[in-house]
Structure formats: C-alpha cells, structure tokens
Write a protein that binds this ligand. Structure first.
Ligand code: UN1
Length: 520
C-alpha cells in the first residue's frame, strides 16, 4: 500500500514535471476563451534568431478549421461586447495596460529571444504597447461623434460611432507586441471582436498580449488568437465571409493579396506596408546629430522597420565628411545576441531574410555598381555561428534609381546618395513607390518647412531620424505604403468604427428633406 502510494506520488511528480516542461514550451490557440491546440494536431517551432539551437516554444500550426472556430467564437461574442458600455470596455483595457507594465521585463526578454531585437528596443516595443493601451482605452470615455443642425425645424441631427463587427488582424514580426496592440486595443474599445494572427516567427509576444487580455477580464470570444502561416491562417482570415474588416501590416506584395481578397467580398481593408524612407542632410546640418539619427534609423532593429532610414540623401558640401563619419560609426557597432546589453545590432529574423538582404548587398555591388563602404558580410563564425547575423552595411555613391535605393531591403543596409540642392533632395526622396516616413537635418526653419510641405509621406521629422513615431499621432503612409488608413492617434477609430447618421424629428409631422422648404 505504502509502496503503491509512493509510486503514485512519483508518477504525479513526473507528470507535474512533464506538464511544467510542456507549459514552458508548448502554447495554444485562444478560441472562445479556451486555450486549445490546432485541429491539425501539428506545431510550428519558434526559434531564437540569435541562436537557433534555442527553442523558444512550439505553437499551433493552425488550419482553416481553426480560423473558422475562432471566427464563430468572435461572432458569438460580438453582441455582448458591443452592448457593453464603452467606458466599461475601457476599464478592462486599462487593466491590460497594468498587466503589461507589471510583466514588462518578462515580455521584453521573451521578445528579444523570439525576434532578436536588442533588449532596450524590445523594452521600447512593450512600452509602445503600454502607451497604446492606455491611450486607446482613454477613448472609452470619448469615442466622440458630433451633432449638426438639421434642415427642418424641430429636427435634430447627429452622428454616432458603431463597431464594424468581427475583425481579422494580421500582424508582422518586427514589432511583435506594439503593432498587435495598435490594432487590437482600438478594435476592442470600439466594441469589435477579433481574430488575431501573429507572424509565424514571433507568436509569443502576441500570446503574451492576449494572455494579458484574458487576465484583465476581456470576456471569452472577444479576442481569439490563431497561430500559423500566412498561406493557411492568413488566407483563411482574409477570405472569411464573416470578417467584416481585415487590418494587415506586412509586405506590399502580401498586402496586395489581402486587398484583392477583401475586394472580392466587399470587406473593409486597412493596410500598412513597406517603406523606403529618406533622411535629407543639408549643408547647414549639425552633422554629428545627423550621424546619430542615421545610425539609429538605419541599424536600429537591424534595419527591420518599415520606417528604417534606408536612404541618406546628403548635400555634396558635407557628403564626404558625413560618409566618413557614418562608416566609422557603422563599423564600431557591436553586433550580437540582443540579450547582451552591450550589443547594439541584433540578428535578422530568419534565413530567408539573410538570403534576401545578402542578395541586395550583391545587387548593390555588382548590378548597381555602388561603393560598398563598410560591412556587407554574413557573419557565420564564433559567436555568430548559430544565428542570422549581418554586418551593418553602408553603400556610398548611390544613384537614386539604383535598386538598392528603390527597393525595400528590410535589413541593416543603407545607401548614401549625394545631392546638389534641397529641391533635388526632395525629388529624390519622393522618387520611390513608398511614402511612409522622411526626415531632414537642417538649422534653417524655412528649408525644414519647405521640405515638410513638399515631401509626400505620412510621417515627417525635423532634426530627428525616420523612426520613433509616438502612439497618439497617426501612423501610416502614402503611395505603396498603404491604402489611405492610419493606425494610432484618434484616426485609428476611423478604421475600427463606422458612422451612423441619426435624425430625430420631434415636430410631430412629416417633414420631407430637400422638398419641404421652410418659409423665410
Ligand atoms: C515600423 O517601422 O515597422 O516609429 C513600426 C517607430 C515605431 C514603430 C515602427 N514606433 O519607429
């Protein structure tokens, strides 16, 4: 008997250990308030790009049946959530913000481990999710509509916001908590329910955000998480008839597919896509400050931001001096595992990214014929042997129409382009298919405002890099970068709510608009 008890205890300890191991490594989808595996029974591995021997976790390799289950759960939860007064919805979201603050350190470490960005930047990413959550939750007590005069006497006219419905959110790996929060929190405060699909490379940070929603008391079915690949889960979401809105951030090519799928079924579609952002450095600029902005914008997040400074358009009078200093700074950057606080440039996300970026470095040297001023190597030895590391790379003497100056590389590669004048610099800055962010370094306020006015982008900086957007201003771009929507700011409410125009006739009789005129 004692022996049987002992055996049982041993077994339960073993089970507990196994469960613990499983819990730390195996994650589930979140559907209808329950954590469930994929109906495929299969998993995808999330590995650390700084050292691929490190398995961050196993996540469901979901299929369209999982998407359908998630959409059904979100649809079932919609009426309850939209009828919950917005200030109450917001109270729950403020609690999400508190949880994010409480666990910021852990989320930061998780993010560096799954995505590679250096600790300081991962902390910034989590902070951006916190900022967004507090800011958007504040809308629970605003969500302003408006009143306006009516044509007739004794008639009242106003406009109110209503939620859009069930939304599909598809998010990228480069800001694995901030960008999901940009979409999720405003969607929820407006009264929508959602199905969210994080990038397959970085599901853990979105899992952490969704878990925070669960702990904060977001009701079952309001937020649903489905992990997996774009071809299955992403495509399943974009083509699902019950999803009224798709909000997508990612590549321009995938965005086009999302847009056509939405057009087919008349769904609302908000897209945030690529960038080929320029910093203009004029001859009167504070060069050291401009160098700092260029280094931060080009090599922060290993250049993997849609707002990255991938073109530096520099006045000829300061060109040599600027290029020399830039190369010195780029060479001195410490590349390595972002978990090490001394590291300034982490790995890139995966082997396809290495392939693509190295392809562009080759194009820069051979096809385009620009000068490779520093970097250019895929680092594979010693501490770099198990990760995806690329040296910070600077091309000089780049012509505006070269491929490296036109196409989005999304890696630690930047191009220095000489220019003769401000107007020529603006023309070069505008001469790409994208229009996300631009910047100018100058001491002359007139030239700064002129550039601001003439540069066709969604974001513009004076004496600051092309990166560093804050959550209470609209984020997004023109041309190939987007389709006219903005995230963040109050402008995001335009995406996640629809207007209802309301007329109240208290005259007690029929008054026909455009027909019955009021005698003067
Ligand atoms: C991105 O560039 O992919 O503006 C998002 C920034 C960040 C967000 C960037 N707040 O740099």
């Amino acid at each position: 008997m004692a022996q049987a008890k002992k055996a049982l205890a041993k077994k339960s300890r073993a089970t507990a250990r196994a469960t613990k191991r499983t819990r730390s490594k195996t994650y589930h989808n979140f559907i209808g308030g329950r954590w469930v595996p994929s109906q495929s029974g299969q998993w995808l591995e999330n590995r650390n790009p700084a050292d691929t021997r490190d398995l961050v976790g196993r996540f469901p390799l979901s299929i369209s049946d999982d998407v359908s289950a998630a959409v059904s759960a979100a649809a079932a939860a919609f009426d309850g959530w939209r009828r919950t007064p917005a200030p109450r919805r917001a109270e729950i979201l403020f609690r999400v913000g508190e949880i994010l603050i409480r666990d910021k350190e852990k989320y930061t470490a998780d993010m560096t481990r799954e995505m590679g960005k250096v600790s300081k930047e991962a902390g910034g990413d989590v902070q951006e999710a916190i900022d967004c959550t507090y800011y958007a939750a504040g809308e629970g007590r605003r969500l302003h509509g408006f009143t306006t005069p009516a044509e007739m006497p004794n008639k009242f006219a106003m406009c109110v916001r209503q939620p859009v419905g069930v939304c599909g959110l598809i998010t990228p790996w480069n800001f694995p908590m901030a960008i999901p929060s940009w979409k999720l929190i405003p969607a929820l405060v407006c009264g929508n329910t959602v199905v969210i699909k994080p990038a397959e490379d970085t599901p853990l940070s979105t899992y952490n955000l969704v878990r925070a929603c669960e702990e904060a008391g977001v009701p079952p079915g309001v937020v649903n998480l489905v992990t997996g690949y774009g071809e299955t889960v992403g495509a399943g979401i974009t083509s699902h008839n019950s999803l009224r809105l798709i909000s997508f951030t990612g590549s321009t090519d995938t965005g086009r597919l999302v847009a056509s799928a939405c057009a087919e079924r008349n769904a609302i579609c908000s897209l945030e896509m690529g960038g080929k952002n320029a910093i203009i450095v004029l001859d009167d600029a504070d060069i050291d400050n401009a160098i700092e902005g260029a280094v931060w914008g080009a090599f922060g997040t290993s250049g993997q931001r849609c707002t990255a400074s991938s073109r530096l358009i520099v006045h000829k009078k300061v060109y040599r001096q600027f290029a020399k200093k830039l190369v010195e700074r780029a060479k001195a950057l410490r590349v390595g595992n972002g978990a090490d606080r001394a590291v300034e440039v982490g790995p890139v996300i995966n082997s396809e990214a290495v392939h693509k970026i190295m392809g562009y470095i080759d194009i820069g040297q051979h096809e385009d014929g620009a000068t490779l001023a520093c970097g250019g190597h895929h680092l594979t030895k010693g501490e770099y042997a198990h990760g995806y590391y690329i040296e910070p790379t600077v091309f000089t003497d780049v012509e505006p129409n070269m491929r490296i100056a036109q196409e989005e590389i999304f890696g630690p590669v930047t191009s220095v382009i000489p220019t003769n004048s401000l107007d020529e610099a603006i023309e070069i800055a505008n001469g790409v298919r994208y229009g996300l962010s631009a910047a100018i370094y100058t001491q002359d306020v007139n030239r700064a405002f002129h550039a601001m006015n003439e540069t066709y982008t969604g974001i513009f900086y004076v004496n600051s890099s092309t990166i560093g957007a804050e959550v209470h201003l609209p984020f997004g771009g023109t041309k190939g970068t987007g389709n006219g929507h903005r995230e963040a700011g109050t402008q995001v409410l335009e995406t996640f709510s629809e207007w209802k125009s309301v007329y109240v006739d208290y005259s007690g009789k029929l008054q026909r608009a455009q027909i019955d005129t009021v005698e003067l």
